[in-house]
Design a protein around this ligand. Sequence first.
Ligand code: URP
Ligand code: ZN
Length: 471
Amino acid sequence: MRRTLIKGGRIVTAVDDYVGDLLLEDGRIEAIGRTLDADDAEVHDAAGLLVMPGGVDVHVHMETPMGDGVETCDSFETGTISAAFGGTTTIVDFAQQFRGESPKTALDRRLASAEAQCVIDFGFHSILTDVNPSALAELPDLVNNDGVSSIKLYMAYPDVLMVDDADIYRTMRKVGDHGGMVNLHAENGVVIQAMIEEALEAGNTSPKYHQLTRPQLMEGEATHRVIRIAELAEVPVYIVHLSAKEALDAVVEARDRGIPAFAETCPHYLFLDKSEYDRPGFDAAKFVMTPPLRDHDCQQALWRGLKFDDLQIVSTDHCPFCFNEKAHGLLKSKQLGKDDFSKIPNGAPGVEFRLPLLFDGGVREGRINLNRFVQLIATAPAKMFGLFPRKGTIAVGSDADIVLFDPQEKHILSADTHHSNVDYSLFEGREVTGRVKKVFSRGELIVDGEEWLGKTGRGRFQKRSASGRIL
Ligand code: URP
Ligand code: ZN
């Protein structure tokens, strides 16, 4: 029996805030009390620290193939070590069906690699790129028995990932009755493709054209459209990486009418804006993620959405490609698009900085309170995606995924000190207050200050129950 006592910390959940002790036993939270004793326990003094549930990041892309040999530069191992140092103890990544492939085969392939490498617990969303009758027929079992209760579809990237509205409707109808939810990348892919062609024909090849060819209006249009399709199909719907105020307006409008429409945003949309694309030379390619960074006034709208629960979750969309070819080769780098913005691999890193950024810019700046912070980074994602109450809170019987967080410590976010394979940070040089000090995953201390104590492959696959049934 392994016992750990965390003493005298400020225990914060989505609803609680008090000073007390936690006893962890055999990977679970055994007891919570004002003062607890356990002779044989390893004791950790948490005086002055916040004791929070481990973060749950439901949007990451580790070792993800993007076609033609292009792949994100974090393995399941490096990506989850980076996540752990940032206070995240569970990720939900993706099992993408290749055209003609069975969704279950895609899941098995990703599971094999993740089980061998992940250092924290993990689950998968399924991605369908080929919505055919046999793929659809597998979905109820995937949702009910394989623990994959969310299916992601793309309204963007025609001829690569995009599916049409009829296939979105068919997928929704198929999973809705079984406790499944469809997650959407909501942008109007065909109009965007026409704009990209227009830009290239005019000789406009620099990274800033990534932003100029993916207008906010086309995110708003797709978000509105897909919520209406979900309304017709009578299933909950979840919009990933929402960035534009026009898209948020569509979510707010639907929620006001009682439609179960949910959405996440990401730290880069909260803290950065499209002015990053004015950087000289190719440097702007670091910010080529989809959707792109937006008008400055979107930030205020997103913060308001987080505060009033029109946005329920902050995830990272960690999708790392190195800036320089030298670090991990051309196929894992932004340099692929040196002469053509449309060839820059889409995606940016961030899995390690979610908690400190949101604490510093959210809680310390007075935009959200501490309970809401925990809700956004741990409790709501766990509830939304069928991991609660095993994950996402501090309660007797829950997994002992615990973060000790110093709310006063200042530190600098930098690629020089982060733990991802990626060679740059969107937030390079930013000073934040609030730092992850210790991380326990199922009761095991895996991060102790700068020290990594976890073992490769210790993470466990999490079968998830129903998604989107939180109203
Ligand atoms: O730019 C991004 N977000 N890349 C990852 C794939 C996606 O669109 O989510
Ligand atoms: Zn993504």
